[in-house]
Design a protein. Structure first.
Length: 224
């Protein structure tokens, strides 16, 4: 019930995950990223422990492929799971279990992996990878472009209702963690609208955390 992308920005070293689904609040269960470590999407009959486990393995020195191999060897129910991973060197790895739902597929290249299940077309992940590699600009824009490309290639078989995007960079918390948990409209376009609103303020939120004396005005009523 999901299609997603995990990616690394080769220029900045930032990591990001974007995901959409017909089910509610998909990003709460499926999107994981850790600064200077990597990004993981865990989906399809989702086990929310797999994302943190993969990140912990990479923090100990495993590559994306080694982390996926470790999950295959130790985690239960892997025949039902999809896991997408990218690491600090831009190496990508994917596990798609044989019991993934409906039409499922995955695709990967340097710095990016995409996958989905219950897809309208098996070419959706490849279209997303192609879009990401062809795009330029901030990682957030490139993730949105890839999600739009997934929709244009067919997306999920039924209507999607939720989407989310998480980005980590040089600080130990997500610099962006945006979610559309349920909508009858297009959640990917809702996510794009949120990103357009949040992006100009993103760096200021980091400044407020690290150097509050240098923080810009909040620009809200009551702020002097």
């Amino acid at each position: 019930m999901t299609f997603s992308i995990v990616a690394r920005c080769a220029a900045s070293g930032a990591f990001g995950v974007a995901v959409a689904s017909s089910s509610p609040a998909v990003a709460a269960r499926c999107a994981y990223a850790r600064s200077r470590i990597g990004a993981v999407a865990s989906q399809n009959v989702t086990d929310p422990t797999l994302g943190p486990r993969a990140l912990d393995l990479m923090a100990l020195g495993c590559s994306a492929e080694q982390a996926v191999a470790a999950l295959r060897g130790t985690a239960s129910g892997m025949a039902y799971r999809q896991v997408l991973v990218v690491d600090t060197r831009g190496r990508a790895a994917v596990h798609s279990g044989a019991n993934a739902l409906g039409v499922w597929s995955d695709a990967q290249d340097e710095n990016v992996a995409c996958g989905g299940n219950l897809l309208a077309d098996a070419g959706v992940p490849a279209a997303m990878v192609k879009s990401f590699l062809a795009s330029v600009g901030h990682l957030g824009e490139r993730l949105i472009a890839a999600m739009r490309a997934g929709l244009e290639a067919g997306g999920e078989t039924g209507p999607i209702h939720s989407a989310g995007m998480k980005i980590v960079d040089k600080v130990p918390w997500p610099v962006a963690d945006l979610r559309v948990d349920w909508t009858e409209d297009c959640p990917v376009e809702g996510l794009a609208t949120l990103w357009d609103l949040y992006r100009p303020q993103m760096d200021a939120y980091v400044t407020r955390a690290l150097r509050p004396d240098e923080a810009p005005s909040y620009g809200v009523p009551g702020d002097l």
